[in-house]
Design a protein. Structure first.
Length: 357
């Protein structure tokens, strides 16, 4: 069994990121082999996986196995910046470039010079920033905001996303040329439910780790608790598993975790209970509805279907843009742009039953 951990994992207890990754399941072992074959190259890499599956851990492992291991590893979340600050954060700025720019500042590309830059949630980058990122990758140089002088850089880019970028390209939300530039070496990181052989080793690791943090004597999992862990769908992946183990240690008795100590919630089942009509919906029903629309020969049919999809998903998620993005498997920026286009945000702001988020 191979194990990867973040170097500062103990400082990340409130993070949604996975702080440890094991490779014991055959699917994971095959994945590790692919990572280790791709890592020594200088090719840009794209890591695809759900939130909490360990994308940053994989990016760090790629860096550590490359010739750049002695250089910096810089991790940046593209979804964490306001759109007006993205260019300054990535490429830097000069004094006076904008209001509040009281001095010059290097961007993340310069900070990662000689090493690896990890851009998480790459699908959240605005289109105008995608153009500039593509130019940086092609020219191997950055131009700070407010400057005309290019600065050479030597950076390997590893990007990550939890959305399907190919679909985003088709929808016009992600540049096709940038997609192919990033897709040179792609790594699909399976969700935890598809690598069940990793669940119990991860649980054992978290048991030991949190016992140390809490100052507890070692604890164990009962056989019934192990079966419950193996039967769960893990929509929150590794991070959800860590939180479940942490909670169980706080409430269990006699230093053994029982099934009742594991507070597991399946969001997919919860959504079905909230809207019973979802349980009876079948692909055939959707196909029949689409066929009826085709027969009516509506103009701009694609736009109408897409608009209904976004409206329904947004209201199903009670006006929460982040949950809507997760439900549809796209970035929050795409959701917000589409909702603004169809006027749904204006409707939500006037409706006390819908929460803007």
């Amino acid at each position: 069994m191979s194990l990867l951990t973040l170097p500062n994992a103990r400082e990340l207890t409130k993070s949604v990121r996975a702080t440890v990754l094991v490779f014991k399941d055959p699917v994971s072992e095959e994945l590790l082999g692919r990572i280790e074959r791709l890592a020594p190259s200088e090719a840009n890499a794209l890591i695809i996986g759900e939130t909490g599956t360990g994308k940053e851990l994989v990016a760090r492992h790629i860096h550590n196995l490359s010739r750049r291991a002695g250089g910096p590893f810089v991790a940046v979340n593209c979804g964490a910046f306001a759109e007006t600050l993205v260019e300054s954060e990535l490429f830097g700025h000069e004094k006076g470039a904008f209001t509040g720019a009281t001095g010059s500042k290097a961007g993340w590309f310069e900070a990662a010079n000689g090493g690896t830059l990890f851009l998480d949630e790459i699908g959240d980058l605005p289109l105008n920033m995608q153009v500039k990122l593509l130019r940086v990758l092609q020219e191997r140089e950055v131009v700070r905001l407010g400057s005309r002088t290019p600065i050479p850089i030597d950076v390997r880019l590893v990007a990550a996303t939890n959305v399907n970028l190919a679909d985003a390209v088709i929808a016009g939300h992600f540049r096709e040329d940038l997609f192919y530039r990033l897709h040179v070496a792609s790594i699909k990181l399976p969700p935890l439910r598809e690598r069940k052989g990793d669940i119990l080793p991860l649980a054992a690791f978290f048991l030991d780790e949190h016992c140390r943090r809490l100052g507890y004597t070692p604890a164990t999992l009962s056989e019934e608790a192990e079966r419950k862990l193996l039967g769960h769908s893990w929509p929150g992946n590794i991070r959800e598993l860590e939180n479940a183990i942490h909670h169980a240690l706080l409430v269990c008795r006699n230093r053994q975790v029982q099934p009742a100590d594991l507070h597991l919630v399946d969001m997919r089942l919860a959504a079905t209970r909230h809207d019973p009509s979802q349980a009876s919906a079948r692909p055939a029903d959707l196909e029949e509805a689409l066929r009826a629309l085709f027969e009516e020969n509506h103009p701009d049919l694609y736009e109408q279907i897409e608009e209904r999809l976004f409206r329904s998903a947004y209201r199903f998620c009670h006006g929460n843009q982040l949950q809507t993005a997760r439900l549809l498997g796209i970035s929050r920026n795409i959701v917000r742009a589409r909702l603004e286009k169809i006027g749904e945000l204006e409707v939500a702001s006037r409706s006390p039953g819908i929460r803007l988020a």
